[in-house]
Design a protein around this ligand. Structure first.
Ligand code: NAD
Ligand code: IPM
Ligand code: MN
Length: 346
């Protein structure tokens, strides 16, 4: 039986990095002898241009029916920040599919330690999993706009906090057994509920996992000064968005990081954490490794193909070991050549 993957290339470098990663998926499927079908759909700015909506009904129906969804990136200066903006399509999709937990692994490849803007001894051994709550908080609260006044409501329910926290505790059990929950409980009511709820869940079900709470401002500093002290980071939607871009420099480049957005079942949405990178779009110079790492996560979480996922991760590891680098990592390999190098090491 063939598994159905909906591909949403999106905007900017999105089409380049998704094409590169799909070549890797095709090669790995051949190697492990499983069958995949790919269906591409309009999404984001490209969909606004085609039919006036960032998330057309037909795209949403295809995503609902898919085994997994693979997205490049959306947005760009062409579409600005108006109501019908590409980013609204992405939020609509996360919400419609109830993808409440976003996993963003940040792992430093030893060969890239010298490439980090931080001192080598600080970043050595960095291996963090960010679990970002993805369908609540400021992103989805009521929005109001008057001529010279605006507001975004930040709301969280216990239910939303518990389901995201469970993902973090379960992941910690499979890793080094430590969760840092990041909030702003000294100021925000939602953060006080967050802290109380995570603490209660920890006491009830996860006593074997170590839990620490940190305030987001000092955590933003500690993630840079002492990144080795983090295993799983659990946080709410906006903090997770900001901290994950910050953490990408620990790994060497934002172009390296993949992500999985998961709900209650096996279906998921997989995307690199970077955006459409309008400054380098259309030049075949984007780093596709974040997209390729995302398809490895897709194989693992949605298709149950753990061996194929590991094989891709090992190939990424080996090609970096061999010194193959895209421009963001100080090399000269083009986007498609990076994918070819991964395929060569599969
Ligand atoms: P960005 O992540 O697109 O780019 C930030 C910087 O990182 C740029 O200098 C860019 O060239 C570089 N970069 C990003 N991806 C790279 C890659 N694969 N290889 C090499 N360098 C890479 O962030 P931005 O410029 O703030 O946002 C641009 C647009 O993307 C905005 O419209 C934003 O809303 C959107 N965005 C979309 C997503 C998504 O689709 N998931 C995520 C973030 C931002
Ligand atoms: C991300 C992006 C999105 C977010 C935007 C494009 C809506 O920055 O996936 O990190 O803020 O979640
Ligand atoms: Mn972001």
């Amino acid at each position: 039986m063939s598994q159905n993957i909906v591909v949403l290339p999106g905007d900017g470098v999105g089409p380049e990095v998704t094409e590169a990663a799909i070549q890797v998926l095709i090669a790995v499927a051949e190697k492990f002898d499983f069958s995949l079908t790919f269906e591409s759909h309009d999404f984001g700015g490209a969909a606004i241009d085609a039919c006036g909506e960032p998330l057309p009904d037909e795209t949403l129906s295809a995503c609902k029916a898919a085994d997994a969804i693979f997205l490049g990136a959306v947005g760009g200066p062409k579409w600005g920040v108006h109501t019908k903006r590409p980013e609204a399509g992405l939020l609509g999709l996360r919400s419609a599919l109830n993808l409440f937990a976003n996993l963003r692994p940040v792992k430093l490849h030893p060969a890239l330690a010298a490439h980090s803007p931080l001192k080598e001894e600080r970043v050595k051994g960095v291996d963090i999993l960010i679990v970002r709550e993805l369908t609540g908080g400021l992103y989805f609260g009521e929005k109001k706009r008057e001529a010279d006044k605006a507001s975004d409501l930040c709301e969280y329910s216990k239910f939303e906090i518990i389901r995201a926290a469970r993902v973090a505790f379960e992941a910690a059990r499979r890793r080094r057994g430590h969760v840092t929950s990041i909030d702003k409980a000294n100021v925000l009511e939602t953060s006080r509920l967050w802290r109380e709820t995570v603490t209660a869940l920890h006491e009830k079900d996860y006593g074997d996992v170590e839990l620490r709470h940190e305030l987001v401002d000092s955590a933003a500093m500690k993630l840079i000064t002492n990144p080795g002290s983090y295993d799983v980071v659990l946080t709410e939607n906006l903090f997770g968005d900001i901290l994950s871009d910050e953490c990408s420099v620990l790994a060497g480049s934002i172009g390296l990081l993949g992500s999985a957005s998961l709900g209650a079942g096996t279906q998921g949405l997989y995307e690199p954490i970077h955006g459409s990178a309008p400054d380098i779009a259309g030049k075949n110079i984007a780093n596709p490794l974040g997209a390729i790492a995302s398809v490895a996560m897709l194989l693992r979480h949605s298709l149950g193909e753990e061996d194929a996922a590991k094989t891709i991760e090992k190939a990424i590891y080996t090609m970096l070991d061999e010194g193959m680098r895209s421009r963001d990592l100080g090399g000269d390999l083009m986007c498609d050549q990076m994918a070819d190098a991964v395929i060569g090491w599969l």
